[in-house]
Design a protein around this ligand. Structure first.
Ligand code: KIV
Ligand code: ZN
Length: 536
């Protein structure tokens, strides 16, 4: 549901950082195609700003941010940059084609970071903030500045740095609780003090960015809003560094549901929340905990007889939100085995997928295979198979065939054939502790990598014995984590797809990390050279 009208001073802007801070979660690595899909869904959700990435960090991230800037209409598109010139140039290069570009630049103001990480001085930090905001403003009218680790920093010094950012033309000042350390009352007081020390902050939009290390990210963000912030930085399903960021769906529903007490609201179309959550979970491989507020599987489930009785008589006896307002009624049966291509295309369009030509043929083939096995195909099934097809593009490996023998009287044996990117097919076999172990070890043997399984989850996409199975795999390769998801009516096939996708992601991440550190090395060498070369 779109927001009812809200006065300007009560309108809270939603800055979504799923594709930047969210993507920094261990094991997540989205390719440009997936990032674009998620960004398009975020536009349907009507977020105000999409922080699409950190363009200096890798050519892949640069390209993803650029593609989002060129193709996604509606929200402002933001690129993150340290205060370095090269970062700001890269951010601008990636976002400049968006109709609403924003550069977000940051530098730490806490002494812990200044002394130990940046190994510099407060004066240098002030100079960096000034130069970075001025440079960003020379490119772009919309510039956001963040004093990183602000909540552990000296408030007087942070206020001075923020005042410099405002003087140089920053349009948004964001106060991050980078390590999830503050508490609601303390954060609120911090804002009050900042406004006293730097009255210029009243002329710009103030933003909150809270991490969830103590489980307070939503509460702290809410406290920041009460203290004057009108932008919340958040991520779908609360993903992000370590314990994650403020969860988008939770803060949005807190503002919508309790508008009676605070008067604030966002511009979010809440009916898109459930679908956005499923998409992000599927693409990132991060499952949503069943009891997660708003979008967890049990968020609207009533187990006890007393509660069920109450809800049957009158929904509001035990429900403070209506499931339909977050889009949880979309599981209606949409298609059956006799439905044609046209009906499939219409159903997909309604779900927000524009598929034509070869993609439609592929989706139709998968739909027919599914409809043969499953009597009814729901919207959620369709979403699962189409998203599954979309993930195929970058995979370095494809599961050609497999054969797993399982028994409780002898060790399980798995044989697999895997297609590599050059079209060749490699085989592997293994006798393991269990069928899944044997299967994954046979894949390792076929592709020649010694990946280790760290997590393995199986869930049913919808109810019923014929439901599609969705498997999430988290594996470790050479010390780095990568996740993958596979969907099929056959759990072993879904497992094989998930494992191979995680492996493909791990390899492309290793490649990017290598070129990223090479680029960073080159940049540091250049900086060293510039420092040691006297200016003429
Ligand atoms: O947590 C943090 O401080 C950040 C900044 C880049 C805003 O993510
Ligand atoms: Zn953060």
């Amino acid at each position: 549901m779109s927001a009812p009208e809200v006065p300007d001073d009560k309108r809270v802007h939603i800055f979504d950082t799923t594709l930047r801070d969210g993507e920094q979660s261990p094991g997540i690595s989205l390719n440009a195609h997936e990032k674009l899909e998620i960004a398009q869904q975020l536009a349907r959700l009507r977020v105000d700003v999409i922080e699409a990435g950190f363009p200096i960090t890798s050519p892949g991230d640069f390209e993803a941010v650029q593609a989002i800037s060129r193709e996604v209409e509606g929200p402002a598109i933001c690129g993150l940059a340290r205060t370095h010139k090269a970062d700001i140039d890269a951010a601008w290069g990636a976002i400049k084609d968006s109709p609403r570009p924003r550069i977000h630049t940051f530098v730490s103001t806490s002494d812990i970071h200044i002394e130990h990480q940046l190994q510099t001085t407060r004066d240098d930090v002030k100079g960096q903030a000034r130069a970075a905001v001025a440079l960003a403003r020379s490119y772009c009218e919309d510039v956001e500045f963040s004093p990183m680790d602000a909540t552990r920093a000296d408030v007087e010094f942070t206020a001075e740095v923020c005042a410099i950012a405002v003087e140089e033309g920053a349009t948004v000042v964001n106060i991050p609780d980078t390590v999830g350390y503050t508490t609601p009352a303390e954060y609120q007081r911090y804002f009050e003090r900042l406004y006293e020390l730097a009255p210029g902050l009243r002329k710009v939009r103030i933003s909150v960015h809270c991490h969830d290390d103590l489980g307070l990210a939503v509460a702290n963000s809410y406290a920041g809003i009460l203290a004057g912030a009108r932008q919340v930085e958040c991520a779908v399903n609360g993903i992000g560094e370590r314990a994650g960021n403020c969860s988008l769906e939770e803060i949005v529903m807190l503002l919508r549901t309790r508008r009676d007490v605070h008067g604030f609201d966002t511009g979010i179309d809440t009916r898109e929340l459930a679908r956005t959550s499923r998409m992000v979970s599927r693409f990132t491989g991060y499952a949503v905990q069943p009891n997660k507020a708003v979008v967890g599987r049990n968020a609207f489930a009533h187990e006890s007889g007393i509660h069920q009785d109450g809800v049957l008589k009158e929904r509001t006896t035990y429900e403070i939100m209506d499931a339909t307002t977050i889009g949880l009624d979309s599981n209606a049966i949409v298609l059956g085995k006799h439905s044609g291509r046209h009906a499939l295309r219409n159903a997909l369009e309604e779900l927000g997928f524009e598929v034509d030509g070869a993609a439609l043929n592929k989706a139709f083939k998968s739909f027919k295979e599914l409809a043969d096995k499953k009597k009814t195909v729901t919207a959620v099934d369709l979403e699962a198979i189409v998203s599954d097809e979309m993930r195929q593009a970058p995979a370095a490996f494809e599961l050609e065939s497999f054969d797993v023998e399982a028994s409780n009287t002898r060790a399980p044996l798995a044989r697999v054939r895997v297609r590599l990117q050059d079209g060749s097919v490699e085989s592997g076999s293994f006798t393991g502790d269990g069928p899944v172990d044997a299967f994954f070890s046979a894949i390792n043997a076929a592709v020649g990598y010694d990946a280790r399984l760290r997590e393995y989850h199986v869930s049913a996409v919808t109810g019923g014995r014929d439901a599609l199975g969705e498997v999430t795999v988290l594996l470790e390769l050479d010390g780095s984590l990568a996740s993958g998801v596979g969907v099929s009516t056959d759990i072993l096939e879904a497992s094989g797809k998930a494992y191979l996708r995680a492996l493909s992601t791990a390899l492309s991440k290793a490649e990017e990390d290598w070129s990223g550190s090479a680029a960073e090395e080159a940049e540091l060498a250049l900086e060293r050279e510039q420092r040691s070369t006297p200016t003429p």
